[in-house]
Write a protein that binds this ligand. Structure first.
Ligand code: NAD
Length: 260
């Protein structure tokens, strides 16, 4: 279904990004992986994905808080896998703290990675997509692109920013066959969420079990975590030709969180 297409998934060595990369590869796309982690483990993952799905899979370890890293990543993708057709801006981090104590370096890093990186990857690949008359840009935002939670100032600000960026890109690409949409997941049990449980417990004076039940899943009427594969399936659909008229949308996948 996506045979011959080239996809870049940022932050795809773990969690949601890894599930998206695997799913796109399973549909025949060539995939550039990116992210942090143990080099040997990532190489194993890359080789296994290429063998399992019979597609080219490459890896670039660029730190996306650095503009030079992003420029090198886009150039490397084009050089190794061809012109970029599907860009999934997924890399993101979280920090949980009351505003008065929020570390300035964490604010700057979250804005750089969760918001500015998507501007730069798009800036560097948009003209090519428009010239070729086909492109898909999919931003992994969050329910926090639509509603806020306390103690997540930088994350909520960056994700609301991504919502605005998504709509702007959609308008600029609309006449050129290039769509841009945001996916807004509720809580997914990945390392990003696992890491914030102890900090949320501290900030709210709760136990870790109470955070899972009374803070995280309390927000989701389904009382279940969203699964990474469900998000990956949505990315595949938005990448398909059937989704050509869907652009500028903020698609929730949150067990009903933002309906409440
Ligand atoms: P994760 O921690 O499992 O994965 C994050 C990925 O980003 C990893 O591959 C990591 O190596 C990479 N990364 C981190 N810093 C980087 C940097 N400086 N440069 C390049 N890559 C970097 O997290 P996840 O839960 O899979 O989150 C993926 C995306 O989904 C994020 O944008 C997150 O905000 C969003 N999201 C997650 C949830 C959730 O509940 N897990 C909910 C809504 C949205």
């Amino acid at each position: 279904m996506l045979t011959g297409k080239t996809a870049l998934v940022t932050g795809s060595t773990s969690g949601i990004g890894l599930a998206i990369a695997r799913k796109l590869a399973s549909k025949g796309a060539k995939v550039m992986l990116n992210g942090m982690g143990d080099a040997a483990e990532i190489e194993k993952l890359r080789a296994e994905m290429a063998a399992e799905f019979g597609v080219e899979v490459a890896f670039n370890s660029a730190d996306l808080t650095k503009v030079e890293g992003i420029e090198a990543l886009i150039a490397d993708t084009t050089q190794k896998l061809g012109d970029l057709d599907i860009l999934v801006n997924n890399a993101g981090i979280q920090h949980v703290s009351p505003i008065e104590d929020f570390p300035v370096d964490k604010w700057n890093m979250i804005i750089a990675l969760n918001l500015s990186a998507a501007f730069h990857t798009t800036r560097l690949s948009f003209k090519g997509m428009k010239d070729r008359g086909w492109g898909r840009i999919i931003n992994i935002a969050s329910a926090h692109a639509l509603v806020a939670s306390p103690f997540k100032a930088a994350y909520v600000a960056a994700k609301h920013g991504i919502a605005g960026l998504t709509k702007t890109i959609a308008l600029e690409g609309a006449e050129h066959g290039v769509t841009c949409n945001a996916i807004c997941p509720g809580y997914v049990l990945t390392p990003l969420v696992e890491k914030q449980i102890p900090d949320t417990a501290k900030a709210r004076g709760l136990t870790e079990e109470q955070v899972i039940k009374d803070v995280l899943l309390a927000a989701q009427p389904s009382k279940k975590f969203v699964e990474t594969d469900d998000i990956a399936e949505l990315v595949v659909f938005l990448s398909s030709d059937a989704a050509k008229a869907i652009t500028g949308a903020l698609q929730s996948i949150d067990g009903g969180w933002t309906a409440a």
